[in-house]
Write a protein that binds this ligand. Structure first.
Ligand code: NAD
Ligand code: UDP
Ligand code: UDP
Length: 358
C-alpha cells in the first residue's frame, strides 16, 4: 500500500471549478445501501478523501469492508442528531432509514434524524464552507395527484399519518436546506451571476451555504438489506427462499425503479453541477406491483406463487418521475433497465443467502 498523503486543508473555494483539487468528502449514512455504492465510486478518484458518519441503524460496516484501513478512508460511528465537528469540502447527507418498516419503527427518531440531523449537517456546511447535497425523496409528493411528478408539484402528503415522520421529515429537511441557502448564502435569487462570481473571488463564499437537493425515486440493487421490507428486496428474497411473493393489495399501485449505479451517477452529477435542485433522480420505467412480481417470478423462480396480502395505510397509488430537468441540467438519464438490474441484485442475494444458481 502507498503511504498516506497529507490531508488536504478544506476550503470553500475548492468547490469552485477554478480551484478544484483534492476533496475531503463526508457521506452521512454512508454505511447504507446507496451510501456505500457512492463511497465506492468516490474512492475511485485518488484525489478524494472520504469520511463516512453512520450510526449503523440500517447500514453496516460490512458494506464498507473493502475500504476500512485505506489511507483515504475514515469511518466514524456517529448519530447525525448530535453535532459533528470536522473539516470537509463536500457533504452528501444521506443519513435516514429509507425502508418504511425501519422509518416507522421509531417515528420520533426518524423526524429527529431528518430535522435535527439535517440542521447539524447544515451547521457544519456553514461553518466550514462545504457544499451539501440532501437525498430527499419522491415521498415528498405523497399520494400524487399529478402523474408523472415534476419538481414543481407541491405534493399531496398526509401530515399526521404513519408515513409522515419520513415524508414530512424530508419536506422540512428541504425547507431547512433552502432557508440556510437563502439566509446564509450569496443566493442566486438576489444576485446576478457576475456579482456572485466576483464575490467568490473576494472570498465571500465563506458566508454562503451551497446546497443541492435530489428527490430520489425507488432505488434497488446489491447490498439492500435482505429483510428490509422494501418490495424489490422482499420479492427477490422470497423467490430465492421458495416463498410466495407477497403483493400488497390492490397490486395495481405503481413504482418506478432505478438501479443503484444510475442513482450514484445522478447524485454525483448534481453535486458537481451548478443547479441547486430539487431535481428528480429516478427511472421513469413504471410498473404495477403485480407486474414486478411477475417479472421476478419469470426471471428467478417460475414455480413460485404470488399471493395478495393486506397493505399498510397511506400507500401511494402511483409514482413515476418526470426527469426532464435531470436530462436538461445534468445531462443524466438512467441506463439500466429493470430486467437488466434484477439479475445483478439476484446474484448478490444468492451469495448472501447461500442459494447457488442451479
Ligand atoms: P439505508 O437505510 O440503506 O441507508 C441509510 C443509512 O443512514 C444507514 O447506513 C443508516 O445506518 C444511517 N442512519 C440512519 N439514521 C441515522 C442517524 N440518525 N445518524 C447516522 N446515520 C444514520 O437507505 P438508502 O436506501 O441507502 O437511502 C439513503 C438515502 O436516500 C436516505 O436519505 C433515503 O431517505 C434516501 N432515499 C432512498 C430511496 C431508496 O429507494 N433507496 C428513495 C428515496 C430516498
Ligand atoms: N453544528 C455541527 N457542526 C458544526 C457546526 C454546527 O454539528 O461544525 C451544529 C450545531 O451544533 C447546531 C447546528 O449545527 O446545532 C446548526 O448550527 P448553526 O451554526 O447554523 O446554528 P446555531 O448553532 O447558531 O443554532
Ligand atoms: N409492496 C408489496 N409487497 C411487499 C412490499 C411492498 O407489494 O412485500 C408494495 C407496497 O405496497 C408499495 C410498493 O410495494 O406499494 C413499494 O413499497 P416499498 O416499501 O418498497 O417502498 P415505498 O415506495 O412505499 O417507499
Amino acid at each position: 500500500q502507498s503511504s498516506p498523503k497529507p490531508p488536504p486543508s478544506p476550503s470553500p473555494l475548492r468547490n469552485s471549478k477554478f480551484f478544484q483539487s483534492n476533496m475531503r468528502i463526508l457521506i452521512s449514512g454512508g454505511a447504507g445501501f446507496i451510501g456505500s455504492h457512492l463511497v465506492d465510486k468516490l474512492m475511485e478518484n485518488e484525489k478524494n478523501e472520504v469520511i463516512v458518519a453512520d450510526n449503523y441503524f440500517t447500514g453496516s460496516k460490512d458494506n464498507l469492508k473493502k475500504w476500512i484501513g485505506h489511507p483515504r478512508f475514515e469511518l466514524i460511528r456517529h448519530d447525525v442528531t448530535e453535532p459533528l465537528l470536522i473539516e470537509v469540502d463536500q457533504i452528501y447527507h444521506l443519513a435516514c432509514p429509507a425502508s418504511p418498516i425501519f422509518y416507522k419503527y421509531n417515528p420520533v427518531k426518524t423526524i429527529k434524524t431528518n430535522v435535527i440531523g439535517t440542521l447539524n449537517m447544515l451547521g457544519l456546511a456553514k461553518r466550514v464552507g462545504a457544499r451539501i447535497l440532501l437525498t430527499s425523496t419522491s415521498e415528498v409528493y405523497g399520494d400524487p395527484l399529478i402523474h408523472p411528478q415534476p419538481e414543481s408539484y407541491w405534493g399531496n402528503v398526509n401530515p399526521i399519518g404513519v408515513r409522515s415522520c419520513y415524508d414530512e421529515g424530508k419536506r422540512v429537511a428541504e425547507t431547512l436546506m433552502f432557508d440556510y441557502h437563502r439566509q446564509h448564502g450569496i443566493g442566486q435569487f438576489y444576485f446576478p451571476r457576475f456579482i456572485e462570481i466576483l464575490s467568490r473571488l473576494l472570498f465571500l463564499t465563506l458566508f454562503s451555504v451551497e446546497i443541492r437537493i435530489a428527490r430520489i425515486f425507488n432505488t434497488y440493487g446489491p447490498r439492500m438489506n435482505i429483510d428490509d421490507g422494501r418490495v424489490v428486496s422482499n420479492f427477490i428474497a422470497q423467490a430465492l427462499r421458495g416463498e410466495a411473493l407477497t403483493v400488497q393489495k390492490p397490486g395495481t399501485q405503481t413504482r418506478s425503479f432505478c438501479y443503484v449505479s444510475d442513482m450514484v451517477e445522478g447524485l454525483m452529477r448534481l453535486m458537481e453541477g451548478d443547479e441547486t435542485g430539487p431535481i428528480n433522480i429516478g427511472n421513469p420505467g413504471e410498473f404495477t406491483m403485480v407486474e414486478l412480481a411477475e417479472t421476478v417470478k419469470e426471471l428467478i423462480n417460475p414455480s413460485i406463487k404470488i399471493k395478495m396480502v393486506e397493505n399498510t395505510p397511506d400507500d401511494p397509488r402511483q409514482r413515476k418521475p418526470d426527469i426532464t430537468k435531470a436530462k436538461e441540467v445534468l445531462g443524466w438519464e438512467p441506463k439500466v433497465k429493470l430486467r437488466e438490474g434484477l439479475p445483478l441484485m439476484e446474484e448478490d442475494f444468492r451469495q448472501r443467502l447461500g442459494v447457488p444458481k442451479k
